[in-house]
Design a protein around this ligand. Sequence first.
Ligand code: NAD
Length: 390
Amino acid sequence: MAESNSTTTRRRFLRQSVAASGLLFVPGLIGCSPAGNAASGTDTAPASPPPAEGQSGPLGVAILGLGGYASGQIAPALQLTEHCKLRGLITGSPEKLPEWQRKYDIPDGNTYTYDTMDGIADNADIDVIYVITPTATHRDFVVQAANAGKHVWCEKPMAMTPEECQEMIDACARNGVRLAIGYRMMHEPNTRKLIELTKERAYGALTGAHAYAGYGGSPPATDYWRGQRDMGGGALYDMGVYSVNGLRYGTQMAPEAVVKATQTRQDHANAVDLTTEYTLRYPDGMTAEGKTSVVTNYNELHIEAEDGWYEMDPMQPYTGVTGETSDGKLLGPAVANQQSIQMDDDALAIMNGTEFIAPGTLGKKDIAVIRAIIESAESGREVAIEHQEG
Ligand code: NAD
């Protein structure tokens, strides 16, 4: 596809902006400042010239993996964004393409299969590839997307192990592109109010916390990835990552150990956990409780402090996230679409060269906690949590 001068220049800017620093382009009020967010970790955001008039967004996004979350949430949410545009599709099921193309007006030249996607490197319409596939496939798809020279957004949970996460981070760094994790709650405005209360220690020093994220479904089918341990199925990876991440942003602290953990599993090879419960300990001695399930409903993040408490209840549905404090303040109302806020925040971070709210480095920390929870459940012992630095 021939590139016009303006798209060539725009693409050069977007590629350079990985090396950008400073607040350069802040249209509207959609972006939430991630500055100083101890839960977010850091990623590199060095300098490039500000975009000249007409060379800024929207960023062209290609969705990789046209499954339930992509079709039900992300593609519709992209239509509501200010700084993103759905311009490309990448799938292993090309029979899905005609309907998607009709619905979202995507030209043939912007559609790919997993086998042809390396060609996206030459497509100036696409700035970002959003990976929305089963967890065990994230590492390979993210590395492939980064090698094609595109910024990458990757769904939660980031990958199976911290080592896989590091490979993803390294591939993005090597290719001069950036990596954000689809932690929609960290962009949700009411949740961000809770985060501010913790950052300010508005109710005094923290004394405890719990995060429960579960849904009351049937045990996942064993012929579906959510029912397969080696694909990243099960409660802890799928839903538990919300509790692990919620305890991190809710306390703004990194846990040092899993004190104890229990898991219930179906009884067959490759069986996933149906529920997991765990206790984390922090360097100051505080402990926090987490639990997660794919067969029981619960959904809250509660922070206990010396002078009161505050919580989100429910903490992580697509709509209706609301919070409350011990002195009767309400953290709400719910916002219309979390995912569009998330993607606009991440697009602005790329265009401005500022930090992501949820960079790959953060996703890796949470995967390290998940691995330590599994190790503690299997060994029956306390397990130190690694990879919390940075
Ligand atoms: P899904 O099963 O509905 O869709 C998965 C898609 O990946 C399908 O289109 C499938 O064809 C494709 N795929 C690619 N490689 C595959 C492979 N090797 N095996 C099986 N399928 C393969 O799943 P989903 O609900 O869309 O979840 C996808 C990702 O999005 C997961 O990482 C999940 O955790 C995440 N997710 C996030 C949220 C959120 O709120 N942030 C919500 C749902 C799902």
